[in-house]
Ligand binder design. Structure first.
Ligand SMILES: Cc1ncc(COP(=O)(O)O)c(C=O)c1O
Length: 394
């Protein structure tokens, strides 16, 4: 009989998308969909113009690590954090997702593992699984603002097959931004332990109090750091599937190029949009930050005011984790979709446990994505509040 691989069988259902089919099956309900990090913010006109004016005679393959124009534009943009960064230090990928998959495939052997502060972006599980590796969680909690543990606690978590430390900064789903000191400490710790650092910085431009430090800015660390970025969030272009994989480690980049050759090249069309994106003026990023600051703080204020709810004020990205006064947030999230109606409206949230590797963690938590206008977010929080009340009274 034909069988499936252990790797395929280990693939987890996405905690973010698992309620989608149930949502589609409901009739006549307006759902505030806060489960998926798909912003409703219009894609900037220069990107759309670049797509519209892309008229090659032949829609051909491009170079494996990206077109020269795109890599040069990327080197110019990322030089803000790493002066002198060269196009050769950047590979263009099909989304940040492919950049993460490539990074893990290049550094992990089958049976290796990767340290990841939990809660974490759930798709790290899938990328690790595809590379034959697994996630080894570093526990962090809502109570202490998802702070990274001290070095001795990190030491205790390293296993014989641990290859890397992977995190997103600003964090999805936590909204946490690591301070420069803490970041420098853990990156130096990883170096001492012989570990790669994969910093997923796809939310780098979305911060509210102070700009996050990029690992690219840390002196003396560039021989073991790898950075991932993407057009998806900063430029609201999730559908164009364009990402960046950055490292100054020449051997690493050479192997990334070979992986790139195996899948041929990233889409030239998307790279034309990327060139336009990377040339946006600084004022664009200020605007994006302002927009998300209003949304995230509006959502935070509304959610934090719900009786019995505990949450962390996000410092960046556009998510917040909230601990709810329920025993099983997964069951509650499903019940919201199937049963709770508040003036014909309901709300879709991502159950928190899927963001943890530890099976007993996050049971009372949900992740909310501030992907709608502030007024809708405040209304969604009210629907969540009425849901909690009705759930308790069942
Ligand atoms: C932390 C993080 N990394 C990577 C990605 C993947 O982004 P892309 O659309 O570039 O594949 C996401 C998407 O939500 C994300 O939240």
């Amino acid at each position: 009989m034909s069988t499936l691989s252990h790797r395929a069988l280990a693939l987890q259902e996405s905690a973010i998308r698992k309620l989608d089919a149930t949502v589609v099956a409901q009739q006549g309900v307006h759902f505030h969909r806060l489960n998926i990090g798909q912003p409703d913010v219009p894609t900037p006109a220069p990107l759309l113009d670049a797509l519209a004016s892309f008229r090659p005679t032949v829609l051909g393959y491009g170079p494996s690590s990206g077109t020269a124009a795109c890599r040069e534009a990327a080197a110019g943009y990322f030089s803000r954090w790493s002066p002198g960064l060269r196009p050769a230090d950047i590979a263009i990928t099909q989304g940040g997702s492919e950049a993460l998959s490539f990074a893990l495939a290049v550094i992990c052997d089958s049976g290796d593992d990767v340290l990841v502060p939990e809660p974490y972006y759930t798709n790290y599980n899938g990328f690790a699984t595809l590379a034959g590796a697994s996630v080894r969680p570093i526990p962090t909690t809502l109570k202490n603002g998802f702070a990274l543990p001290p070095d001795d606690e990190l030491d205790a978590l390293v296993g014989p097959r641990t290859r890397a430390l992977l995190f997103s900064n600003p964090g999805n789903p936590t909204g946490a931004v690591y301070g420069r000191e803490d970041l420098a400490r853990v990156v130096a710790w990883a170096r001492r332990r012989g570990l790669w650092v994969i910093a997923d910085e796809v939310y780098r431009q979305i911060w509210f109090d102070s700009a996050p430090t990029s690992v690219m800015e840390l002196d003396g660390e560039q021989d073991h750091v790898i950075v991932v970025d993407s057009l998806s969030k900063t430029w609201s272009a999730c559908g164009v599937r364009l990402g960046f994989l950055i490292s100054q480690h020449a051997d690493f980049m050479e192997r990334v190029e070979r992986l790139g050759q195996a899948r041929l090249g990233p889409q030239p069309l998307a790279q034309a949009a990327a060139v336009a994106a990377l040339h946006m003026p600084e004022s664009y990023y200020v605007e994006v930050r302002g927009l998300y600051r209003r949304r995230v703080h509006g959502l935070y204020d509304a959610v934090a005011a719900i009786p019995g709810v505990r949450t962390h004020r996000p410092e960046g990205a556009f998510y917040l984790m909230a601990e709810l006064p329920v025993d099983d947030a997964d069951a509650f999230a499903r019940w919201l979709v199937t049963d709770h109606r508040d003036q014909g409206e309901s709300v879709v949230v991502a159950p928190g446990e899927g963001f943890y590797a530890n099976p007993s963690a996050g049971k009372r938590e949900v992740r909310l994505a501030a992907v709608l206008d502030e007024a809708y977010l405040v209304r969604a929080a009210a629907v969540l509040a009425s849901g909690l009340k009705a759930y308790a009274a069942r």
